[in-house]
Design a protein around this ligand. Structure first.
Ligand code: 5RP
Length: 262
């Protein structure tokens, strides 16, 4: 089966597997959403089975909750957990200061609440997500359905005065209907190409009525674990100022590869 893992899946798997080494017995762990996070949930399930690890998990979407239960993780709500030791999640882009764009999978609202309620956020990613300046990936913004077109017009008006290269704003669709988040909201994708001042952008967007949250994660991520297609994995810790590289054995993916669907 290992031979069947593409370089991109190998990169996601090794990043997820390395990040799971940060999880200790008894921890309350935030469980991210997306294909890389799905690997992480699988890896945690494997540690439960193999090492007898006991943890509680707070999922950031209904699909992660489903997968977590399937692999045997004790799933609790954020209100039950109140505060978390660690959140592990993917990202769509990250820069040199570990600022992120998230929400490609439409779960940014729960993801931001959960990551912010954690002592530490670890981002798991493949090397392609690293950028010098955020913004090539369209910035997801969650808006309430009521008056969303007015909210969109207000965003477009605001973007005129911001440090960006593009100003297109599109409603995310799911087939013929608008995409609906777990919270019953819609997503506007902002095609900004380059965000000159992500901190300012995050603050300004959240002042617009109708916006629930935006996908810029500023000063939230502590550690980024970057997987490569050949099994190498780099771990950068922004607080400790360290960078470590290791090589992971991808053969263990054999046990947990089946039915990864996210
Ligand atoms: C979901 C997210 C994901 O973490 C992000 O889209 C990355 O996903 P993937 O690991 O599938 O590339 O923010 O809302």
């Amino acid at each position: 089966m290992t031979g069947d893992l593409s370089p991109i899946d190998t990169a996601k798997f090794v990043a997820a597997s390395r990040a799971c080494e940060f999880v200790e017995n008894g921890m309350r762990v935030g469980l991210g959403t997306g294909s890389t996070a799905a690997w992480m949930v699988r890896c945690l399930g494997e540690r439960l089975r193999r090492d007898g690890l006991k943890i509680s998990g707070v999922p950031t979407s209904t699909r992660t909750a489903e997968l977590a239960r399937k692999v045997g993780i004790d799933v609790i709500s954020l209100d039950e957990a109140k505060w978390l030791d660690l959140t592990i999640d993917g990202a769509d882009e990250f820069d040199g200061e570990m600022n992120l764009i998230k929400g490609g999978g439409g779960a940014l609202l729960q993801e931001k609440i959960v990551a912010t309620a954690s002592d530490r956020m670890i981002v798991i990613t493949d090397v392609s997500k690293e950028v010098e300046t955020l913004g090539a990936f369209p910035l997801p913004v969650e808006v309430i359905p009521f008056g969303w077109q007015t909210t969109k017009a207000l965003i477009e008006e605001t973007l005129v005065n911001m440090e960006v290269l593009g100003q297109d704003c599109s409603l995310r669709m799911n087939g013929d209907a608008p995409f609906v988040t777990d919270e019953g909201n819609h997503i506007l994708d902002l095609h900004l190409k380059r965000i000159g001042n992500p901190r300012q952008m995050a603050l300004v967007l959240n002042q617009i009525p109708g916006i629930v949250e935006n996908g810029l994660f500023i000063d939230i991520c502590d550690v980024v674990v970057i997987g490569h297609g050949d099994g190498r994995v780099e771990t950068r810790d922004i607080n400790a100022g360290t960078r470590e590289e290791s090589q992971l054995d991808v053969a263990v993916a054999d046990n947990i590869f089946a039915d990864i669907t996210d």
